[in-house]
Design a protein around this ligand. Structure first.
Ligand code: ADP
Ligand code: MG
Length: 300
């Protein structure tokens, strides 16, 4: 784990409980993320997902523990880590394009203006924003468009790590679906490492290489790492046909409805997630292959 691109080591967060004591949001959480991975984290409201994300972004300090990226401890915000929140934090006085060029110019200070604009325009186009639209101010854009600008802005900066905190939480289902597709497209074009919070199970299965499951707080744990054994490219219409889809989905639903207590009891103090690999097809294959050939070989 220490050798992962992103390594979260024994992270704990405690807050004052308002009664003179303190409560522990999570304790000794440890996990890693590899370069180029798309990892989603799922868990009930209040378990500490945003807290973890803010620590990864360098916007908050953990009570204890360390986050390392490329072997170096993360401290404070940096252009190496891009963040997208649920409520598009665009600068209201700048156009969509300028909201993107602003960051790009800071990230690539030796680029001339034309190159900055070309690069930014290309990223806006990847999320479906073209022509006149990119010259509008955030107040003149729909919620979906504003979130597209936020995503374009984050990807255009080409950070080493992209952190997305429920980026589609405020959008209607149709818009969310479209932007999910665009997000996959930008991600697969750019090979970036993404860590995304969501509470939408189907969204997580569609997007992620791996889903981290958190138990309920307080004393939440990152209990499981569930591999999404569904090949890419994926799309929303076809993914449900894959034999692993409902097996994985059921596992996630059961984990989340079970709450947390039994999982905590079985953890024995080691706070790294258990890897869960659900692959209906190869499991069925393994069962279908009888040990007969081996017996024959022994007889021969
Ligand atoms: N700055 C803070 N001070 C005190 N308590 C906080 C603070 N930030 C978050 N919390 C508490 O920590 C817990 C986890 O919050 P959060 O990380 O936002 O959860 P999630 O994103 O999973 O819904 C919640 O109980 C929340 O009330
Ligand atoms: Mg949150």
């Amino acid at each position: 784990m220490g050798s992962s691109f992103l390594s979260i080591e024994k992270l704990s967060q405690r807050y004052p409980d308002g009664k003179g004591g303190e409560f522990t949001v999570f304790e000794d959480a440890s996990f890693g993320i590899e370069k180029g991975e798309f990892v989603c984290i799922l868990g009930h409201s209040g378990c500490g997902k945003s807290t973890i994300m803010n620590i990864l972004a360098g916007l908050a300090e953990p009570s204890s523990g360390v986050v390392k990226m490329d072997g170096f401890a993360v401290s404070g915000p940096s252009l190496d880590r891009g963040v997208v929140f649920q409520n598009y934090s665009l600068l209201p006085w700048l156009s969509a394009l300028k909201n993107v060029t602003f960051g790009v110019a800071a990230r690539f200070p030796d680029w001339d203006k034309a190159k900055v604009i070309e690069h930014s325009t290309a990223f806006l186009a990847k999320v479906g924003l073209k022509g006149d639209t990119i010259h509008r101010k955030p107040s003149q854009l729909s919620g979906g468009m504003r979130q597209r600008v936020s995503i374009a802005r984050a990807f255009a900066n080409e950070p080493k790590l992209l952190l997305l905190d429920e980026p589609f939480g405020a959008l209607d289902a149709l818009t969310r679906g479209t932007i999910q597709d665009e997000l996959i497209k930008v991600w697969s074009d750019t090979d970036q490492t993404v860590f995304m919070i969501t509470h939408d199970i189907d969204e997580a299965i569609l997007l992620a290489d791996r889903i981290l499951l958190m138990t309920n707080g307080p004393m939440a744990r990152v209990a499981e790492s569930v591999e999404i054994t569904i090949p890419r490219p994926r799309n929303r219409a076809e993914i449900v046909e894959h034999p692993n889809y409902y097996a994985i989905r059921n596992h996630l639903v059961q984990f989340l409805s079970r709450g947390s207590t039994e999982v905590v009891a079985s953890s024995e103090g080691a706070n790294s997630p258990t890897t869960v690999r659900i692959d209906v097809e190869s499991d069925a294959q393994a069962e279908a292959e009888p040990p007969a050939p081996r017996l024959l070989a022994v007889e021969g």
